[in-house]
Write a protein that binds this ligand. Structure first.
Ligand code: AMP
Length: 305
């Protein structure tokens, strides 16, 4: 069985202080799948596009061993579009527009051959749709889920229902505060894990990520980067690297979850080095492992006591 990835596929318009790009390949499922593809295949993608989705973007996915049988193409429909503008401080992003288009009426039908998937990554889409996906699966063992402010504010009831079934929730610090209605992240983590997820990852952008699991806290550093061109998709690449590594190793022990957090951070660091999905297109497992080791060395000390 493959790794099931459900989420958005879109055409992104992105402005950063360095450059701009229009109708670039984007979407949560796209970044997750590309990042996960370096670990183990196949990646089984479920999403929706319109007939305006360029053929060369499908080719990029296919070249990464991503099975697109679960991709619905709506004849005459317009693909999801998102626009964002980054400030000089790249942590600050304004959403310029969100056009749901074919996502408005999306019914995520999971092809029969994907229904027995054991490893699932639910990218950021409407939690009502994420719930519909889980309803069709026979026996998932690991459900990793991402969401965002848009849904925490707009679809809280469905999100809470979903969280009861999720094993690992991956969100950023502002989303964690919003979801828990609590400014302190440690207190927020307890409130959120009480909602259902056994493990919680809180991403803190250039300050790394925290994993809360089995009553322990693990703090991972961020990779010190001189070149950040486009932060779009960093969170999704994290989720893809994290889930992809767990899918490859089939080991859900707390220690392996920590390794997966570092692999997630590694993929996010590659993602932001280039515009759109370019930073994820030409990697190799060897390159990823080299950076993973650099990550480990960032916080390794020789204890002289
Ligand atoms: P990230 O930078 O990790 O937050 O992810 C950015 C990606 O998420 C972009 O490629 C967008 O196409 C996609 N995206 C933005 N807003 C939404 C939304 N409301 N639902 C689904 N996907 C979205």
């Amino acid at each position: 069985m493959g790794l099931l990835v459900v989420g958005s596929l879109g055409l992104d318009t992105v402005y950063t202080p360095f450059d701009k790009v229009e109708d670039a390949l984007g979407g949560s499922a796209t970044y997750i799948s590309l990042a996960a593809s370096y670990f183990s295949g196949p990646i089984q993608m479920v999403g929706v596009i319109g007939t305006d989705f360029p053929k060369q973007y499908i080719d990029i996915l296919a070249n990464h061993n991503i099975d697109t049988e679960g991709l619905q193409t709506i004849q005459g429909g317009k693909t999801f579009r998102w626009g964002g503008k980054y400030h000089y401080d790249l942590n600050v992003r304004d959403t310029l527009f969100t056009e749901l288009n074919v996502f408005k009426n999306f019914d995520p039908i999971i092809p029969d051959k994907f229904k027995k998937s054991k490893y699932v990554c639910l990218g950021n889409i409407d939690p009502t749709l994420q719930l519909k996906v889980l309803d069709q699966l026979t026996d998932p063992q690991l459900i990793v889920c991402d969401t965002m402010n848009y849904w925490i504010e707009g679809k809280k009831d469905d999100l809470l229902q979903l969280l009861e079934q999720v094993h690992v929730l991956v969100i950023n610090d502002s989303e964690a505060r919003l979801l828990a209605d609590e400014p302190n992240l440690i207190k927020a983590s307890k409130i959120i894990t009480d909602m259902g997820p056994q493990s919680l990852i809180i991403k803190k952008g250039e300050h790394g990520a925290m994993l809360f699991t089995s009553g322990t806290i693990f703090s991972a550093p961020a990779y010190p980067m001189e070149m950040i061109f486009d932060p779009t998709g960093a969170g999704d690449s994290f989720a893809g690297g994290f889930t992809g590594y767990l899918f490859k190793t089939r080991d859900l022990s707390p220690n392996n979850l920590k390794c997966a957090v570092i692999y997630g951070s590694t993929l996010a660091s590659f993602c932001v080095e280039k515009f759109s999905t370019k930073g994820l297109e030409d990697l190799s497992y060897l390159k990823i492992q080299d950076r993973y080791r650099e990550f480990l060395n960032l916080s390794r000390i020789d204890d002289t006591e």
